[in-house]
Write a protein that binds this ligand. Structure first.
Ligand SMILES: *Cc1c(COP(=O)(O)O)cnc(C)c1O
Length: 236
């Protein structure tokens, strides 16, 4: 067994254990394997171990892997990085999900650029829940207005919310922030029947995210190992 296959097993066990502790079924929680900076061969190994959903942060890097791996396995690709307007077309054309919609301009472009032969692009609205230093995500009070506008776009399917909480070591404080996201999701669900997804939890806070109600955890390091950005960071 390769280390990626071994790591995947361990992460799946962590998800199952966290779900069991709060009386949830592990099937409610999708594991998104975050493969940014990792080669297509690593993704292929994970595919062979039964992993089907992958997250990418950099548009061109993601598209390269999507095209390299198109074939037998039909992986489901999620765009989870900051999205600039001039890269929206590639996301609309190649990905099944976009987790980082945080302004109407981007949503409108994704809608207009989604090819007619593909199903609607699944989108999550990114909420800035706790990170004052981050410019990504909308403030919670802006959510109702953006959600209404996104839900009206025919080539997008509003599926829920995503957040990247500020790093926090204390479990109870992780849980409090995750609970705020779960409350926002619950209020969104009342208005939009298509909403079913809370993308929350990374390698260091997935237990708290699952306890609060996350339905999709985004795990990179614990599956593929530490990332090496080298001398120059990857381009958007
Ligand atoms: C990199 C990244 C992850 C994965 O983080 P790990 O700590 O490596 O598990 C999850 N979500 C987003 C948005 C990321 O950029």
């Amino acid at each position: 067994m390769t280390s990626i296959q071994h790591n995947l097993q361990e992460v799946r066990q962590r998800i199952a254990a966290a779900a069991a502790r709060c009386g949830r079924s592990p099937e409610e929680i999708t594991l998104l394997a975050v493969s940014k900076t990792k080669p297509a061969s690593d993704v292929a190994e994970a595919l062979q171990a039964g992993q089907l959903a992958f997250g990418e942060n950099y548009v061109q890097e993601g598209v390269d892997k999507i095209l390299t791996l198109a074939g037998a396995y039909q992986p489901e690709w999620h765009f989870i990085g900051p999205l600039q307007s001039n890269k929206s077309r590639l996301v609309a054309e190649h990905f099944a999900w976009c987790h980082t919609v945080d302004r109407l301009r981007i949503a409108t472009r994704l809608n207009d650029q989604r090819p007619a032969h593909l199903p609607p692009l699944n989108v999550l609205i990114q909420v800035n829940i706790s990170d004052e230093n981050s410019k990504s995500g909308i403030m919670p009070d802006a959510l109702p207005e953006l959600a209404q506008a996104v839900a009206a776009l025919p080539n997008l399917q509003l599926r829920g919310l995503m957040a990247i909480p500020a790093p926090e070591k204390d479990y109870q404080r992780q849980l409090a922030v995750c609970q705020e996201m779960a409350d926002l999701l619950a209020s969104l669900k009342k208005h939009y029947p298509s909403v079913d997804t809370l993308s929350l939890g990374m390698s260091d806070d997935m237990e708290a995210a699952i306890a609060a109600g996350s339905t999709m955890v985004r795990i990179g390091t614990a599956i593929f190992g530490a990332r090496d950005y080298g001398a120059t960071p990857p381009q958007q």
